[in-house]
Design a protein around this ligand. Structure first.
Ligand code: FES
Ligand code: FES
Length: 181
């Protein structure tokens, strides 16, 4: 496939070069105008921690942060993320597990792990906004993230445990530098 880095923003061979920050690093890749952000992250940047479940905005598995806000990456085109600051689950740990990841492990907040990246990023946003959420507040905030196998008790307990461990102070960062492409 022909590559032409001099055509930033232009369609070349049906693709556009997308440049963005991902997990604190400058990344770029090529995307057809119809390519979903989730597919771009997984296929073009090989960040396969972002999962695709329903692919129509219902399950929350594909949740990533775009400029700090949670976004269903199955509902956003890659070209719409041009120049954005994106955080995926790969950016949550910073040398060691994020308090949320540690707590999900300890509190049995996952089984198959398919929903977990979206849960973690959604919970990170909650703890950033509300460092000590109640059980009800956690349930309401995560109501857009569906888990098909664990049940929600362990997930809620994990978020509470992470809050107690200071997860809110670290929830907004997600800046482990990824290899630039
Ligand atoms: S895959 Fe995006 S919300 Fe389900
Ligand atoms: S851990 Fe399996 S879907 Fe949530």
């Amino acid at each position: 496939m022909k590559r032409d880095d001099n055509h930033d923003g232009a369609i070349v061979d049906g693709e556009i070069e997308v440049r963005l920050q991902v997990n604190g690093a400058s990344r770029r890749g090529r995307a057809e105008p119809r390519m979903l952000l989730a597919d771009f992250l997984r296929q073009e940047l090989v960040l396969t921690g972002t999962h695709l479940g329903c692919e129509h905005g219902v399950c929350g598995a594909c949740t990533v942060l775009v400029d700090g806000a949670p976004v269903r990456s199955c509902l956003m085109l890659a070209v719409q993320a041009q120049g954005a600051d994106v955080t995926t689950v790969e950016g949550l740990a910073n040398g060691e597990l994020h308090p949320l990841q540690q707590a999900f492990n300890e509190k049995h907040g996952l089984q198959c792990g398919f929903c977990t990246p979206g849960m973690l990023l959604s919970a990170a946003v909650l703890l950033e906004e509300n460092p000590a959420p109640s059980s009800e507040e956690i349930r309401e905030h995560l109501s857009g993230n569906i888990c098909r196998c664990t049940g929600y008790v362990g997930i809620v307990e994990a978020v509470q445990a992470a809050a107690q461990a200071g997860g809110g102070a670290e929830a907004s960062v997600a800046t482990t530098p990824a290899a630039a492409s």
